[in-house]
Design a protein around this ligand. Structure first.
Ligand code: PLP
Length: 380
């Protein structure tokens, strides 16, 4: 099945004539014992809807196993905790979501694990590797500069060293990128973003083909919690039906917007993996089916700051989060990367004038006009 069809019929083999063409919301979290058989919905996986949602994300990622969580962070923390123990070492990509970074820097260290942060090319990974390196955690494309890691090269290297690879595939979505096909072991998602897609639902998910990893993550989930209620699971399932369509539109729009911005005299720099000027464009083109809906850019300092630019936008909203149907724009130094020290931000190339635009599914011409009008109103 092509991705748009898979989003609508992810569990085609489990259709039931008993219900309509959508599934019922089954809120029961307790089931009578029918005999000595194993409980159908034990502990953490307590409703049929939650079980289904895990399977749906697994199918979209080409995985055998999947688990739905109540947030991206619960999926991320349970996956990492399941893979490491005290005395292990984990390599994290330097550019990762702030919450994951905080977890690595503050929580993992307290649990007796060591962490390194690296730019994710093989040379750096090799330099960071220690005898006790157990896992590598990456994001590609990364936030907010849309850096691309070579997934095949990293997974091949890690496999040869016996290191587990985990990728946060939130930015790409399973429509644009299939990391497990490229040898990555575990995919994690903040479903709050593209999978949910409407800025009204928080959830997370993991997907893997490794049964032992699945069982270990499930065991962590049972301890730490983060189950998702049946109604939210239904909402997520409903949202995923339009994921293929939404992402296709977001890819097309973001690509056109990135080209428009690149040509604009008041724009200093544009970061988008679909642009030939992106340093990893060739890698992105090889491993992604679409370049995604996020475009980051810097306005020429002489033209003004984000304080001048953002209030002039009428359609695009100045708000945090990404991946939804509404186009949102944010300032990474004040939001996702506010917790970093100025030197850390400088090292990553994240400066005060950087803006991150999450392109929604509005008409592309309207979005370009909105950006153009706001840019034109800045001083020349
Ligand atoms: N991963 C990425 C790439 C994110 O952008 C976010 C949230 O912004 C998360 C994970 C955390 O997800 P959640 O907010 O669903 O806990």
């Amino acid at each position: 099945m092509k991705k748009e069809t898979a989003c609508i019929h992810p569990l085609i083999d489990q259709r039931s004539k008993e219900f309509g063409v959508t599934v019922p919301i089954n809120t029961a979290v307790a089931y009578e014992y029918a005999g000595n058989e194993e409980l159908k919905y034990p502990g953490f996986l307590s409703t049929p809807n939650q079980k289904r949602l895990g399977m749906i994300v697994a199918r979209l990622e080409g995985a055998q196993y999947g688990i739905a969580f109540s947030s991206g962070m619960s999926a991320i923390t349970c996956s990492i905790l399941a893979m490491i123990k005290a005395g292990d070492h984990v390599i994290f990509a330097k550019e990762i979501y702030g919450g994951t970074m905080k977890f690595a820097e503050e929580e993992l260290i307290q649990r007796g694990a060591a962490c390194s942060f690296a730019k994710t090319n093989l040379k750096n990974l090799e330099l960071c590797q220690q005898k006790n390196t157990r896992a590598v955690f990456i994001e590609s494309p990364s936030n907010p500069l849309l850096n691309i890691s070579d997934l095949k090269a990293i997974s091949a290297w890690a496999k040869a060293q016996g290191i587990v690879t985990i990728i946060d595939n939130t930015f790409a979505t399973p429509v644009n990128q299939q990391p497990l096909d490229m040898g990555i072991d575990i995919v994690v998602h903040s479903g709050t973003k593209y999978l949910g897609g409407h800025n009204d639902l928080m959830f997370g998910a993991i997907a893997t083909n490794n049964e032992a990893y699945y069982q270990d993550i499930l065991a962590m989930a049972k301890i730490y919690g983060g189950a998702l209620d049946a109604a939210s699971c239904y909402m997520a399932e409903r949202s995923i039906k339009t994921l293929g369509l939404r992402v296709k539109q977001q890819n097309d729009s973001a690509n056109r917007i990135a080209h428009f911005l690149e040509e604009h005299p008041k724009v200093k720099q544009v970061y988008y993996p679909g642009l030939i000027s992106h340093p990893k464009h060739a890698t992105a083109a090889r491993q992604m089916l679409g370049f995604g809906g996020i475009v980051s850019f810097e306005i020429e300092q002489s033209a003004g700051t984000s304080d001048h630019f953002l209030p002039r936008l009428k359609v695009i909203q100045h708000a945090l989060s990404l991946g939804g149907v509404e186009s949102l724009i944010s300032v990474p130094v004040l939001t996702s990367h506010a917790g970093l020290k100025p030197a850390q931000r400088q090292e990553l190339g994240i400066n005060d004038s950087l803006l991150r635009l999450s392109v929604g599914i509005e008409n592309t011409e309207d979005l370009i006009e909105d950006l153009n009008t706001a840019l034109e109103e800045l001083s020349s």
